[in-house]
Design a protein around this ligand. Structure first.
Ligand code: SF4
Length: 460
């Protein structure tokens, strides 16, 4: 999962990109970067480690303001899915060949990037973002320096998921989603410009409320005057990521025309029906468990109280590098004794992936006086890795895969009981006919490819 943004128009492009990235910060905290194109087609970029506020600051950013008349640009906040943490994979990536330059920022994962690197003879190019960028440049060169034509054929080479923004030296600003539509992307032709962001909430905050979502397989190209909309030549059944509703996206975003917040509340309502439990209080795991806890409380009649306070300044544990994930989960939460002491607590969260955070929360609730702790999870057991945008390298990392039963899961996180939603319950909450739920079901949307084959193909 990463956040991507783009802008071209009469507003200050650098400031607009930084603001969009701040609104997408929850999608990645390891690095941030922007690339801008001047009106005469020169591309300049800066990338840095950490949050937007740390990475896009100081003298490097000041220099960008002095490059001359700016056409527009693209931006990226990174959460690593391949290529490791804190490395050269910070985006946007800028590559050139014979005077044709592209800058690329993408959200997703290219599972077959090693195979692609061989096919295109990309020696010494590592990481899926770099391989994708070079592949696009090669295809564009073969197709008359036309990046839109390259995007049309890209899905026939790629296994994985991508939403992408590209800046070219023509200059042009381009946005595209893979034909499955795994990851979100929205545009707004607003005022005198084109705004692009991973999530609709970022566009709303900047006042570009007349957005529309880029459709799966759609390619949008903007030259500063007119908008050209075309499609990839490959068609597949669509398969948007259900985990965007469960955890990734902001609750104030819309994905595939469906409100993330409303879906989360419905997931909680379904959860109360399929995994009921008696209790004195429903306590959400903030922030992404909150909407589901509201739904659970409504249907169960158990009062909802805030019992856990999140320290927003230490980052999202799930998307933090493994080396600091444990420390983050210890520092991140405070506890409201009055809501917990002597109570039978129903603790509602969006998901359990590795189980690290949940075990620590259960034990903390007991330390603050909870008589019993019953964990209820708004999604289903997370048993399979994702090859379309989450950092899960193998099944061995997943608590639900390792555990023999739900009782085993409860034992390992030291809860009195654990209850999950069903996949049917999740589908009912989302209300879309086709979504990807492979991390719960093991059913990947790539024809004929099993989890074993995908795991072998994708080396992080
Ligand atoms: S496997 Fe899970 S996380 Fe990955 S795209 Fe599918 S639903 Fe989303």
């Amino acid at each position: 999962m990463c956040g991507i943004a783009g802008y071209a128009g009469s507003e200050n492009a650098i400031t607009t990109l930084v603001l969009l990235l701040l609104e997408l910060q929850h999608r990645g905290q390891e690095s941030a970067g922007i690339a801008i194109a001047t009106a005469d087609g020169r591309i300049h970029s800066i990338v840095g480690k950490g949050l937007v506020i740390e990475a896009l600051n100081g003298s490097e950013l000041s220099k960008l303001f002095e490059v001359g008349k700016v056409f527009g640009g693209i931006g990226h906040v990174r959460y690593a899915t391949s290529g490791g943490y804190m490395d050269s994979q910070a985006q946007p990536l800028v590559v050139s060949s014979n005077g044709y330059t592209i800058a690329v920022a993408f959200n997703g994962t290219i599972a077959n990037y090693i195979q692609l690197a061989k096919e295109f003879n990309l020696r010494g190019v590592g990481g899926d973002a770099t391989v994708l960028t070079h592949t696009l440049l090669r295809l564009a060169k073969e197709l008359g320096n036309d990046i839109v034509e390259a995007l049309k054929v890209l899905p026939s080479y790629v296994i994985g998921g991508y939403s992408i923004v590209i800046l070219t030296s023509e200059p042009r600003l381009i946005a595209a989603r893979d034909p499955y539509g795994f990851r979100p992307l929205a545009i707004a032709k607003h005022g005198n410009g084109l705004y692009i962001a991973s999530e609709t909430a970022a566009l709303d905050v900047l006042g570009a409320t007349d957005w529309r979502e880029v459709l799966p397989g759609e390619i949008v190209s903007y030259d500063g005057h007119s908008l050209e909309i075309t499609r990839t030549s490959i068609s597949t059944p669509i398969s948007p990521c259900i985990f965007e509703y469960v955890y990734f996206s902001r609750p104030d975003s819309i994905f595939n025309g469906v409100s993330v917040y409303v879906t989360r509340v419905r997931m909680g309502e379904e959860l109360a029906r399929v995994a009921p439990v008696s209790g004195d209080v429903v306590i959400p795991v903030p922030d992404s468990g909150r909407a589901a806890a509201i739904g659970f409380s409504r249907v169960s009649g158990i009062p909802l109280e805030e019992g856990i306070v999140v320290n927003k300044y230490v980052g999202r544990g799930f998307i933090a590098p493994p080396t600091i994930r444990d420390t983050i989960s210890k520092l991140k939460y405070g506890f409201v004794r009055g809501s917990i002491n002597m109570k039978k607590v129903v603790l509602v969260d969006d998901s359990i992936v590795r189980g690290t955070t949940m075990k620590s929360l259960v034990n903390k609730l007991r330390a603050f006086g909870a008589r019993e702790v019953h964990v209820r999870v708004a999604s289903s057991p997370f048993k399979y890795p994702c090859f379309m945008g989450i950092d899960i390298a193998s099944r061995a990392e997943l608590l639900a895969w390792r555990a023999a039963s739900i009782i085993d899961i409860a034992k390992s996180i030291e809860a009195d009981s654990v209850g999950y939603n069903t996949i049917e319950g999740l589908l009912k909450a989302v209300g879309l006919p086709l979504v990807c739920h492979a991390c719960f079901s093991g059913l990947y949307p790539f024809k004929g490819l099993t989890v074993d084959e995908l795991e072998k193909m994708f080396i992080r």
